[in-house]
Design a protein around this ligand. Sequence first.
Ligand SMILES: Cc1cc2nc3c(=O)[nH]c(=O)nc-3n(C[C@H](O)[C@H](O)[C@H](O)COP(=O)(O)O)c2cc1C
Length: 391
Amino acid sequence: MVTAVGFGDRKGKGNGGVERVCCELVRGDVNGGDRERMEAGDDWQLTERIRASARSGKGDPFAAAVRATRMAMIITDPRRLDNPIIYANDAFLRLTGYTRLEVTGRNCRFLQGPETDLDTVARIRAAIRSEQDVSAELVNYRKDGSTFHNALFISPVHDEDGTLLFFFASQLDVSERHALAAERDRTRTALDANALLLGEIGRRAGNDLQMISAMLTLQSSNSRDPAVRAALAEAIGRVEALGALYRQPVPADESEGHDLADLVREIAVTRVEASGRDDIALAFDLAPYRIRPRAAGPLALVVNEAVSNAIRHAFPSRAGTLTLRVVREGEDLIVTVEDDGVGLSTTADGSFGTTLTDVLSRQVGGTSRVRPRDPAGTAVEFRFPAEPIRA
Ligand SMILES: Cc1cc2nc3c(=O)[nH]c(=O)nc-3n(C[C@H](O)[C@H](O)[C@H](O)COP(=O)(O)O)c2cc1C
């Protein structure tokens, strides 16, 4: 039995493009011998009229678009046994690797396989049963057994009386997006593992620095020589300044960097506490700035030298305030340690600390400068080109 079906004719006006879809299809009964005839390719073809319209170029433009689009599309007939495919466009055949003859008359589940998610299939089944739109992503299999991620959209087509006529579906191969997402997940997992490892290394380095500091403290307490004790106290200060780096959250990679403001604050607080001087106040004016881990070590040490110097020399017998600033000036980043103490004459020029400061400043492409501060005291200024040290 063969019946001609024109989608547009059945649906009337105002129902959007789908009704006008396609072509007329010559329908046969899917059962028994009809199915064999179908598979032989006799009945399941565009009618001569549609072919002619396609040839003449005067056919329904929407039908032509469905045939020619790169988006895979099929139509199934729910009034036939097992809702078989009655039309598949070329893009569907290219996507799945089957011929038109191999797909027509079959339910689309032949695309499914072991990796297809059964819950998704159940959701599709329920939507089809209740004649609802459904979109889903699921693993499908090509004829050659290879898989692809199919972003499937199925829509029922009803006539104006609400009778279900067809299901219309589009299939989009989204395998690339899935592969990218999987790659992103793998990268994230690797980064997480890296961060864990870095955290652990950081903790161990921090512990080692604490141990060095404790040993130097012990050594210092065993010495009666004030010069030895002073030298050891300086060394302890430097070790603790580096330790501040590991008390900050360890940056997962170079691009995260250390928070310079936190680093400067922590070093200053630690140094003043270690001095036992409760008459030295601290003030901060710190612009937020992240610096590369490689720059953080030298910067921690130069700030430590300046703060230690100020505590030692600026306030011999009186209270005072230490002000620490981080500002951006044009291309430069400026870290300043200012005291309102007794003034320049007390700074220890030519000392190991000064040499260390010069060497470390140069290491990060910067310079250091000591100048009198108005109205009183001294300012030590470190100027670095901001970009190279910025995280
Ligand atoms: C128009 C239409 C297109 C469909 N396209 C696909 C498809 O591309 N891939 C797929 O796995 N299932 C597709 N399905 C779903 C299956 O044909 C079937 O409905 C689903 O497997 C649930 O039914 P079942 O539990 O009887 O298999 C489509 C269904 C319809 C109605």
